[in-house]
Design a protein around this ligand. Sequence first.
Ligand code: ATP
Ligand code: MG
Length: 723
Amino acid sequence: RDKIIEKNYEHLNENQRKAVLTGEGPQMVIAGPGSGKTHVIMHRLHYLISYGPIYNTYKVPEGITKEDIDILKNDSNHPRAKELLSYYAIDPRSILVITFTKAAAEEMKQRFYNMQDINSAKSQGILFGTFHSVFFRILRSAYGYHIDQVIKEDEKRLVLKKITEEMEIEYQDEQEFLNDLENEIGLIKNDLIHLSYYNSMTLPSEQFRKIVSYYERYKSQHQKIDFDDMLYHCYELLRNNKNILSLWSNRYKYILIDEFQDINKVQYETIKLLSAPYNHLFIVGDDDQSIYKFRGARPEFLLHFPQDFKNAGRVTLDINYRSTGRIIDISSSVISKNVHRYQKEIKTINEKGDEPVFIQSEDGEEEALHIAEWILNWKKKGMAYRDIAVIFRTNIQARALVDIMLDLNIPFYLRDEIPNVYEHWVAKDILAYIKLSKDLKDNESLERIINKPKRYISKGVIFEARKKNGILFENIYKTPYLQTWQVNRLEELKFHLDSIKNKKPGEAIAYIRKNIGYNDYIIEYAQYRNISFKGLKELLDEIQEAARHYESYEEWMNHIQNVGEEMKAGKRRIVGEMDAVTLSTMHGAKGLEFEAVCIAGTVEGVIPHNKSSSPAELEEERRLFYVGITRAKKYLAISTVKKRYEEEVEPSRFIEEMTKKPSLEEFHKGISIYHKKHGRGKIQSIQGTIAAIMFEKGILPRKIDLKYCIDKKIITIEKDATN
Ligand code: ATP
Ligand code: MG
């Protein structure tokens, strides 16, 4: 039997096949990017629904006799053997496949059904989902939850806002404050931390606990649950209710999980419950690609899997099918700088391929243009847009790229986590100033910015002014008890609005920031809220940079509207349906692959991001970069800028790490080298550490201290296809 089946998986390599054809019980596959982990999951599914595990220990299928089993064991040429195989096949409805995002789950499903030899009728019923979707399904069947009972993000926000208002907690900006609060409430649930032991990072812990308990009370009174509850409640339900647990663990006997390195505690504990007692749990992952620590992901669960499941099978995959030799060398050289990791070997059968190209630009705008040219160049050479991706560290970097894509009519997909910068409150403030300058009757805009910066126009005054019909600005003047100094502030505002009225958008923003004092307001705001000013400044810089391209407000506003619509369209597009370039953050690109990948904005402060400074955070940044570059199959471009928002920046340290430091012994007479300053050359002779090198650009050989150059990383050995 084994032989017949094995033949069907001949195209897999030995270790992949071993994983796919493994018996029942827990199984872990740990391996680097592009080694076929997801591929193995696909084939494992195929195998389960076509043949079933070879050692089906807990049930003999109906209709199978003792003789049959003998045939299967000993006589694979028997006419009945082939037919008998299918008796062991697993019902697809008992298989659960989990991954982390909706998009990824959808992509896995597509990938599975696109596999050759998938008999669609027979394969129907496998459940592909995210932890959230699966756990909610379980909750729903127990409590009869209706989808309306799930608190939507805006309702949750409103409830938390109300609670904090009633508790008279001071904050200046709602959005930021509530963001932090929501994240923290999520974290304690994901990590199964008991509230009474928890120290808050946003508020005094006492206050934080109170908010949480009010929030919990609200939800139970209204019979609602939120996104985090889906995980936590499901865990509680299965833990406390043996009947329900056994119902579900009997239903999904086979559980397969991709990207296991990003699992968090509550997810892991729930999966442990669900997969017991048989533990037909098949997990694949790569600790080097763990990039969700901030949301409670714990790669330790992957690494310690064999301790938790004593009889776990364990396979490592060591052949990379995705990328060229150079890309693999480069990425290994980068990730090897991480101290806390599980060492993995990786070989490739692919050719060495091209060196990465470096795209250098003055600033972000020029960079976007250069990247667009790079895309169009590939397109001209016959590559499809869908084989190209631009990957970046932070959402904000999407702004310039989206702009250029719109200008040059290049279709794009936007991975769904990327927000529109113009929808951020800072952008809205700026736009409100501009709109108000054009039209003093724009009451909404006035209300938005009247105390940004502080003009000491109290809520009471605005309330009074609002009671009267007409123009708010004028009504404020008419409110009783308005003091002269307040009037002066209003006059000053009017003067400023008049000054920006006819400016170009870019200049207007500069004026709002400096002369009106919006920058100072933001600094003060950040201090007050105890958050980093950097992120907000970056956003302002980005908006200002974007605006500089427009001559008039109308033109700019049109563009903003266009961006809003196109971004929505770009998100709605289904990958594969249209020929479009993918724009994604490093987080969003996990698991994907493209012929050509460009990493945008590869400079210090962006990647690694300036908010990450501890050694552990730097390792996470390095993993992010690693995820980015390992998406490339054949061509990798690394883009850097000299200036970001008018300030000089350094190339990312990860670029240096892409070049392995050669050792002195590797330098011999006759080999070709590359020197950062002098360019290409050939070594004529070596004495001690001093080499005489004939540079292509030179006339006479030059004496170079190899040791010094190696230490300073300014020399590399040029490898050609023959060595
Ligand atoms: P990541 O860690 O980035 O998610 P992965 O380990 O899941 O990577 P896959 O996406 O499964 O890797 O595989 C990478 C590429 O290699 C895919 O295009 C896949 O089809 C191909 N591949 C995997 N195994 C084989 C094989 N045995 N023969 C040919 N191609 C293969
Ligand atoms: Mg994968």
